[in-house]
Design a protein around this ligand. Structure first.
Ligand code: HEC
Length: 120
C-alpha cells in the first residue's frame, strides 16, 4: 500500500510538472534580466538599443535589439545568434558560457522588452 501511494505521488508530480511546463513560457524573463545585465548590457545597452558603455569602442557596433530588423527575427533566429555568435564580430557565442535555460531566459527578457514584430 505504501509503495502504491509513493507511485501515485510520483506520477502526480511528474504528470503535474509536465502539464505546468506546457503552460509556462520557456524562459523566465526575470532571471533573464539578471543575465542580460551581467553578460549583454555592456554592449547592447540598458534599453537594448545597442548603446551599451562598451559599444562605442567596437568597430562592429552591437545590434540594436529594438530595431525593426531585430524584432522581425524569430525567437529561433535570435537564439541561434546568442548560442553561436556572429562570425567576425565581437558577438561571441554563449554556448558553454550560459546554460540552455539561461539562454532561453535571456531571450524571453529580450522579447519582453522588444516584442516580436513581423514587418507588415
Ligand atoms: C562584446 C559586445 C557584445 C556582448 C557582450 C553581447 N553582444 Fe550581442 N551583439 C554584439 C554585436 C557587435 C552584434 C552585431 C553583429 C552584427 O552586426 O552582425 C550582436 C548581435 C546580437 C544579436 C543579433 C541581433 C539580430 O538582429 O540578429 C543578438 C540576439 C544578441 N547580440 C544578443 C546578445 C545577448 C543575449 C548577449 C548576452 C548574453 C549579447 N548579445 C552580448 C555585441 C555583443
Amino acid at each position: 500500500m505504501k509503495t502504491f501511494s509513493v507511485i501515485c505521488a510520483l506520477s502526480i508530480t511528474i504528470l503535474g510538472s509536465s502539464w505546468v511546463a506546457g503552460q509556462t513560457p520557456r524562459g523566465n524573463p526575470q532571471a533573464g534580466q539578471g543575465i542580460y545585465e551581467q553578460q549583454c548590457l555592456r554592449c547592447h545597452g540598458p534599453k537594448l538599443d545597442g548603446n551599451g558603455p562598451d559599444g562605442q569602442y567596437l568597430i562592429v557596433r552591437p545590434a540594436n535589439l529594438q530595431s525593426q530588423i531585430s524584432r522581425a527575427k524569430t525567437d529561433w533566429e535570435l537564439l541561434i545568434t546568442i548560442s553561436n555568435g556572429v562570425l567576425f564580430s565581437p558577438m561571441h557565442g554563449f554556448r558553454g558560457k550560459l546554460t540552455d535555460q539561461q539562454m532561453l531566459d535571456v531571450l524571453s527578457y529580450i522579447r519582453t522588452m522588444a516584442p516580436f514584430d513581423a514587418v507588415s
